[in-house]
Design a protein around this ligand. Structure first.
Ligand code: AMP
Length: 585
């Protein structure tokens, strides 16, 4: 196919903002395409490599300016001036080539294949002494190109096509082009609407194209399969180790009860680590790591590569995991923000690896030793993870996981997860498949959102075992209109035994603050004068007949001691009533 046809499509796409119109334009082009559909599909998206591919063209603006100068007969200075006007080298090329002398025009026309192949060859020349070769390849294209063609060639090389097509339009266009006839699909330009024989059938085709894309992240492969082998071709597209797939995403659960309602009983419950997603691929001894956004981050994480080699059995696999940072000093998990710099960092990698180590928590397997596990129930996938991943805490391990049908047990697990510095838990249906790229109702995140209250300590319990010398859990209260303290529950989470950082409260500190305030002691429970105020995080306020305030807190957690506050500065019962009402709106 002539490159000119594609250029007409770029122009048409650039001149409308209507999504269906764009889809119709692309579909029409696809229908006319034959052998070169893969190349066309990539060029259509302004690229010569699929999104996940790390290869780069390595063409600086300076080189493009030279190429435009060489093919238009203008000086580099002139090209730069033209460039400065719009900030778009493509437009500069177009206007300068339009003015070139007639004699340089050839009668040859450019094909899709020629444009694609030349640009792709540019990527093969890397490093010193290759500039001339690159220049030659680009100039060759620009000399043969019309002014308009040159605009898009330059834009493609500089990585900014500026025609605005989303992946949704491309997906739809593949369906329209190759299944439109069967679907009796008609597009009405005036009404901006489509008609099909059967909506459900239409949905089926869209899903088939989307699924194939989620596995390959490459429309060129998908379009070719649809064109040459139809629906069957789409369904036989499989994942390939070394090529990232779109990961499965989670929906939300309001609370444990809601979670069970959605995923059924028994369910898998796992820690929700506050880290970042890593897909691990191993093929022929080589490990590759990809983020959720399909960036290849293998170079940034030599530690993870090493753990995978040492502690995961198998020659060929795709695993899904969350890497979470921890402090090398305290060995406690750190929030994502603190380790996020590791993802982008290109230098001092080994230093960063020491300063901000990560623990890899493997939670799923997608492919293993020649078998695709996408439709295998999660229960079996988890078993496989346990079999192949050695548990080496602070390096790599199968993620924390229980199976339960019991709300109380689930809540305890959630409290434990929060206590060990995680964001919450995930609830997963045990019989569900792995669905790449989808936000599915069988993987849920339960992340209590935390507000804080200032509450007064009115009593406490002594700890047990080696904590027997410390007060370890605390009865807390708000204050009513008349200055009476009304109990709202008991909190034991969030407190450490001894000082190991400037943050948070410790049992030692609480014990010495409360000891002088003792009023009575019964068994392991003491009551104290209401003087000490602590800041308590919580997930939700509930009505409760158990406590004198009439309320209780879910997931209460001690944040700090507010030595700056007095007991009558504490949160009032009125405020709590108000918060309760707002929260239930
Ligand atoms: P969110 O990013 O808030 O939508 O939460 C979902 C994310 O939690 C996933 O994309 C993972 O990166 C992360 N995550 C942490 N722990 C797990 C786990 N055990 N299973 C699945 N995802 C997890």
């Amino acid at each position: 196919m002539d490159y000119k046809k594609l250029v007409d499509v770029y122009e048409a796409l650039g001149s409308t903002t209507k999504r269906l119109k764009k889809t119709a334009i692309i579909a029409e082009l696809l229908k006319q395409t034959n052998a070169d559909i893969q190349k066309l599909m990539l060029l259509l998206q302004g690229r010569v490599f699929p999104t996940w591919d790390q290869r780069e063209l390595g063409v600086a603006d300076r080189l493009l300016i030279k190429a435009i100068a060489a093919s238009s007969g203008a000086t580099s200075d002139k090209v730069e001036r033209e460039f400065a006007k719009t900030g778009d080298l493509g437009l500069a090329a177009e206007s300068l080539l339009r003015n070139r002398r007639q004699s340089t025009l050839t009668s040859r026309s450019l094909t899709i294949t020629k444009v694609f192949d030349n640009i792709r060859k540019v990527a093969e020349f890397q490093g010193k002494g290759t500039v001339e070769r690159k220049l030659q390849l680009i100039s060759e294209l620009l000399t043969t190109a019309t002014a308009k063609e040159a605009k898009y060639i330059v834009r493609t090389i500089s990585g900014n096509l500026r025609v605005g097509i989303g992946s949704g339009s491309i997906r739809d266009a593949i369906v329209w082009a190759f299944f439109g006839k069967e679907l009796e699909l008609k597009y009405d330009d005036k009404d901006e609407a489509i008609k099909v024989r059967d909506r459900a059938d239409f949905g089926k085709y869209l899903d088939a194209v989307q699924s194939a894309y989620d596995l390959t992240n490459d429309f060129s492969v998908v379009a070719e399969a649809a064109q040459t082998k139809g629906l069957k071709g789409l369904s036989t597209i499989s994942l390939k180790v070394g090529i990232p797939i779109k990961v499965m995403l989670a929906q939300k659960a309001k609370d444990v009860e809601d979670g069970f309602r959605q995923v059924g009983k028994p369910a898998a419950i796992e820690y929700k680590y506050d880290g970042f997603r890593i897909q691990l691929h191993k093929s022929k001894g080589t490990i590759s790591l990809f983020t959720r956004r399909l960036e290849n981050v293998t170079k940034q994480f030599p530690d993870v590569v090493k753990y995978a080699k040492e502690y995961i059995k198998g020659n060929e696999y795709i695993l899904d995991s969350e890497a979470v940072g921890y402090s090398p000093k305290t060995r406690k998990y750190l929030p994502f923000q603190m380790v996020s710099q590791r993802i982008k960092r290109k230098y001092d990698i080994s230093k960063l690896e020491q300063e901000l180590p990560v623990e890899v928590n493997i939670f799923d397997v997608i492919y293993y030793e020649g078998k695709n596990y996408i439709s295998t129930p999660f229960r079996e996938r988890r078993k496989l993870v346990e079999k192949i991943v050695k548990s080496v805490p602070l390096k790599i391990k199968p993620c924390e996981h229980i199976e339960s049908s019991n709300e109380e047990e689930a809540k305890k697990f959630l409290a434990k997860a929060l206590d060990s510095g995680n964001e919450g838990v995930m609830l997963k249906a045990l019989d569900a498949p792995y669905k790449p790229g989808s936000r599915v109702g069988y993987m849920l995140k339960l992340k209590p959102s935390f507000d804080t209250l200032d509450l007064v300590v009115i009593g406490a319990d002594w700890g047990e075992g080696k904590r027997a010398k410390y007060l370890s859990s605390f009865y807390i209260a708000c204050v009513d209109e008349d200055g009476n303290f009304k109990e709202i529950g008991k909190v034991a989470s969030g407190i450490k035994e001894l000082e190991d950082s400037a943050e948070g409260a410790t049992m030692q500190q609480m014990t010495s603050l409360l000891k002088p305030l003792f009023t009575s002691e019964k068994g392991k429970t003491i009551t104290v004068k209401p003087k000490v105020v602590i800041e308590v995080e919580y997930g939700e306020i509930q009505k409760s007949p158990t406590y004198s305030s009439g309320y209780a807190l879910r997931f209460p957690r001690i944040k700090t001691v507010r030595e700056d506050r007095k007991a009558d500065d504490a949160t009032t019962l009125n405020e709590i009533e108000k918060l309760y009402k707002e929260q239930n709106k």
